[in-house]
Ligand binder design. Structure first.
Ligand code: NAD
Ligand code: GLY
Length: 361
């Protein structure tokens, strides 16, 4: 079992990572002093797989448990679902001394975290991420939220969990494409912050895709170290944290444009990274060779670097509703080399059009 700390003074917390540790969740919850009653929020795909084990562990530690199971899917990461959950929490008598556990992928983590941040003006919560994407990225850093029809994650908060509990064994039940989409955030972490980490993935693609447990743990730990370091330096994205959005501005636009149905989040981010990489090449910041290296790694894990049946003219207006827009200018994270990026709002429309053209078709 490994422990990584997110250093945020009184909001700091541990991320616990291991294999076959789900049955210890109850003990950690007790140690964290999270109250007598726990509401586990999950969905109807994860519940049949892991809810019983989680309940048994929590009850075994002497806790009272209620479970709230919502339908699966990004389209349920909306206010209507949050309202439904608030009612169920009230009905079950969950008060401020109690806690929420988010058991699921990034959708559940974002939604349950949003509910925790707002219910009774905020109650404690724990992230138990069950997808690779949520383990390496979404569960860490306290961004919680819901989507609006106009765009992804448009309403939310920075609300840190009390701890994050990661058992990599749960990844074994993921659908193949869901496992693979997680690698987009893994590769993102390499491109933005660490060539060494990028090389680790590059040199072990086969083993990782074959579910080599030790390497998976090394991958999850490596990503979390990068993310925890960035978040510890800039919790509220006033500067450095923006780099975690590499590939996301265009990725989110593609998700919105395709109604959250054609692409998983990580799949859209992969295409977004290819477009941002191309924009960096066109601006003379990034070499063609490094762009090829990034795109080859994305492709070798099974991700795509282009998108069909979408027009650049449809993507561009959607970039304007991105949360990173400041005074009408879109902020882009662009790579300078593998392991280093910069943030700029100086991407001329011609460069944007040419980089989008490179990913379409
Ligand atoms: P997801 O939560 O929809 O999970 C993908 C699919 O896998 C779902 O069908 C889910 O039910 C299923 N699943 C989850 N765990 C499983 C398991 N162990 N076995 C079998 N099936 C399982 O999607 P995701 O990719 O995990 O997360 C995407 C979401 O995360 C997006 O909404 C995105 O905006 C958000 N996100 C948030 C942050 C953040 O910092 N808060 C960062 C990245 C992404
Ligand atoms: N996934 C972007 C962030 O956490 O800041």
């Amino acid at each position: 079992m490994q422990k990584i700390k997110v250093n945020l003074a009184d909001r700091g917390y541990d991320i616990i990572i291991g294999s076959g540790i789900l049955n210890q969740l109850g003990n950690f919850t007790i140690e964290a002093g999270l109250g007598k009653s726990i509401a586990v929020i999950t969905n109807d795909v994860v519940a049949p797989l892991y809810l019983e084990a989680v309940k048994t562990s929590l009850r075994g530690a002497g806790l009272k448990v209620i479970a709230i199971v919502i339908p699966d899917g990004e389209k349920y990461k909306v206010f209507e679902t949050a309202i439904d959950i608030y009612s169920k929490l009230l009905k079950a008598g969950i008060d401020r001394s109690h806690s929420i556990i988010a058991l699921g992928g990034g959708v559940i983590g974002d939604l349950a975290g949003f509910v925790a941040a707002t219910y009774l003006r905020g109650i404690a919560f724990v992230q138990v991420p069950t997808t690779l994407l949520a383990q390496v990225d979404a569960s860490v850093g306290g961004k919680v939220g819901i989507n609006l029809p106009q765009g992804k994650n448009m309403v939310g908060a920075f609300y840190q969990p009390k701890f994050v509990f990661i058992d990599v064994d749960v990844l074994s039940t993921l659908r193949k494409e869901v496992f693979i989409e997680g690698f987009s955030e893994v590769i993102k972490h390499g491109v933005i912050r660490s060539e060494k980490y990028f090389s680790l993935i590059e040199n072990n693609v086969k083993k990782l895709l074959n579910f080599d447990r030790d390497l998976l743990i090394e991958t999850v730990v490596g990503s979390i170290r990068i993310k925890a370091d960035v978040v510890s330096r800039d919790e509220r994205e006033s500067s450095l944290r923006v780099i975690l959005n590499y590939g996301h501005t265009i990725g989110h636009a593609i998700e919105t444009l395709t109604g959250y149905t054609r692409f998983l989040h990580g799949e859209a981010v992969s295409v977004g990274m290819a477009a941002a990489g191309k924009a960096a090449v066109l601006k003379g910041l990034f070499s063609e060779k490094d762009l090829e290296r990034q795109n080859n790694l994305l492709k070798s894990v099974g991700l795509q670097v282009n998108v069909k049946n979408v027009k650049e003219g449809e993507i561009i207006p959607l970039l304007q509703v991105d949360k990173k827009v400041k005074d009408g200018r879109v902020k882009f994270v662009l790579p300078e080399r593998i392991g280093k990026v910069l943030v700029t709002d100086d991407v001329k429309i011609e460069i944007l059009k040419r980089s989008l053209a490179s990913i379409i078709g």
